[in-house]
Design a protein around this ligand. Structure first.
Ligand SMILES: NC(=O)c1ccc[n+]([C@@H]2O[C@H](COP(=O)([O-])OP(=O)(O)OC[C@H]3O[C@@H](n4cnc5c(N)ncnc54)[C@H](OP(=O)(O)O)[C@@H]3O)[C@@H](O)[C@H]2O)c1
Length: 251
């Protein structure tokens, strides 16, 4: 359904971003893979390009570096005949008590989860409005991966993570209102608990995806399917927000 389109996915080197890139490519989109770990991006690009019709390129950039991310996005647009779909996915963070928190860790979360989204969005907007106006599809998509922690504060320890995700939610809603007349659909996907490096690396707490009931947690492909559904709606349909929880997640 996306043959002939070009997409950019930030944070494509692992987890949800890698799954979204593969799912968009499976629908025929060319995909620009953006993150810091070039080896991971190159390997994913090779995997996608080995499939029939695969068109993937790696772009190494830190989303917190405005100049680097703009250069990568402009290069992706030049290489891919514009940008029809922009996926703001890069993000991360830690949860913990505020009283013992490392302030630098809070700043890092704001730099990636909020400033990174602003940097990438600012760079992508001219390409998206151009694609909506001039490409046959007649619409372009800006999708930001927020979190259930962007809709509510799931626990006190989600403090700054939740603040950054609420902020991108507010930013996206303002963009939705502004960009509607330009036929750029601004949407949010808000995952519950997904098994990725974010939830399993370097932490005491590791989610159990094989719980006794057998239902398990979300996998990156589950979120990728939501993103693909969002960006493949007919051009008069804007699916603005999707909250996706594991069936058994209560909060
Ligand atoms: N997993 C969950 O349960 C869950 C739930 C709700 C929302 N989310 C959101 O989903 C998104 C993806 O997370 P994930 O769970 O897939 O975690 P992940 O596997 O750790 O992936 C995070 C991605 O973001 C990239 N990234 C981090 N900092 C970056 C930077 N400064 N510049 C460029 N890229 C950067 C990483 O690439 P490099 O390290 O190579 O740069 C990686 O590709 C995040 O926005 C996260 O907040 C996750």
């Amino acid at each position: 359904m996306l043959i002939g389109t070009s997409a950019v996915v930030t944070g494509a080197s692992s987890g949800i971003g890698a799954a979204v890139a593969q799912a968009l490519a499976a629908e025929g989109a060319g995909v620009a893979l953006l993150a810091r770990r070039r080896d991971r991006l190159t390997s994913l690009a090779d995997t996608i390009n080995a499939r029939a019709g695969g068109r993937a390129r790696p772009y190494e950039a830190d989303v917190a570096d405005a100049d680097a991310v703009r250069a990568a996005i402009d290069a992706a647009a030049a290489d891919g005949d514009g940008i029809d779909i922009m996926i703001n996915n890069a993000g991360g963070g830690t949860w913990g008590p505020a009283v013992t928190a490392d302030l630098a860790g809070w700043h890092d979360m704001v730099e990636v989860n909020l400033t990174g989204v602003l940097n990438a969005t600012h760079a992508a907007l001219p390409h998206l409005t151009h694609a909506a106006a001039h490409h046959d599809r007649g619409v372009a998509d800006l999708v930001t991966i927020s979190s259930i922690a962007g809709r509510k504060v799931p626990s006190p320890h989600s403090n700054v993570y939740s603040a950054t995700k609420h902020a991108v939610g507010a930013f996206t809603e303002a963009l939705r209102q502004e960009l509607a007349e330009h036929h750029v659909r601004a949407g949010l996907v808000e995952p519950g608990l997904v098994v990725t490096e974010l939830t399993t690396s370097g932490r005491d707490y590791v989610p159990d995806a094989t719980n006794p009931t057998g239902y398990g947690l979300l996998q990156p492909d589950d979120i990728a399917a939501a993103v693909v559904f969002m960006v493949t709606r007919p051009r008069h349909v804007a699916l603005n927000e999707m909250l996706v929880r594991p069936t058994e997640q209560t909060r």
